[in-house]
Design a protein around this ligand. Structure first.
Ligand SMILES: [Cu+2]
Length: 145
């Protein structure tokens, strides 16, 4: 991913010299911040001044299971959108390296909750913090690598 981004920007650099070089430096700084994990949303434009929202992951919640829209994760920013497709109130929490007790409020049936987290390499626990739901199966481990 990083390599292709640099190649694209490298072409621009040949046409104009100094401003383009500065733009490349800025772009690289931004790329370093966002961790290079999620190219889905943001890398198309110049990127300047945009707040990265990260890779969107939909989590469908039912009684009593979680279904994630993606199974492979690289370090970076993620926006988890928890969709309650069940009948009782659920919520979504993420726990792991650098992320402690991050969670949504209670999400009623048919509604959505949003949780933005920054993931590093390691194992994270994605679960529903409503009493007993985690033990009933609303619990998934994800590997970030
Ligand atoms: Cu729940």
């Amino acid at each position: 991913m990083t390599i292709s981004a640099q190649t694209t920007r490298g072409r621009g650099r040949n046409t104009t010299l100094l401003p383009a070089a500065l733009a490349v430096a800025a772009a690289l700084a931004l790329a370093a911040c966002s961790g290079g994990g999620g190219h889905a949303g943001g890398s198309a434009g110049s990127g300047t001044g945009r707040t990265p929202t990260g890779t969107r992951v939909t989590v469908t919640e039912t009684e009593y299971a979680l279904k994630l829209s993606r199974s492979s994760f690289t370090p970076g920013t993620y926006t988890f959108v928890a969709r309650n497709a069940g009948k009782v109130t659920h919520a979504l929490s993420v726990d792991g390296p650098g992320v402690e007790d991050a969670g949504t409020h209670g999400i009623r049936s048919g509604q959505e909750g949003v949780l933005k987290v920054s993931l590093k390499k390691g194992t994270y626990d994605v679960y529903c913090p409503v009493d007993g739901h985690r033990q009933l199966g609303m619990d998934q481990h994800i590997q970030v690598r």
